[in-house]
Unconditional design. Structure first.
Length: 76
């Protein structure tokens, strides 16, 4: 992480190593399309299924902008 940055929000879901490939597959029923992915970015495998935890967790039931404004006001 960058020393001059702080992370706010919720823990990410840990899928950094995946990328969407350029191909899709129409399933035999013709009602759905499968988007194909790969784990091409192996340098991010350490985050798989773990994600990145923010320094400050925000409540998903409350407006995040307002929570950040309150944090900034309280930490001047």
């Amino acid at each position: 992480m960058l020393e001059n940055c702080q992370l706010f929000g919720k823990r990410t879901n840990g899928t950094l190593a995946y990328e969407i490939k350029d191909s899709n597959y129409t399933l035999p029923c013709n009602n759905f399309i499968a988007v194909l992915t790969s784990k091409k970015h192996s340098k991010y495998l350490e985050f798989e299924s773990k994600g990145i935890k923010p320094k400050f967790e925000l409540d998903v039931e409350t407006n995040w902008i307002e929570q950040l404004k309150t944090y900034i006001e309280n930490n001047k």
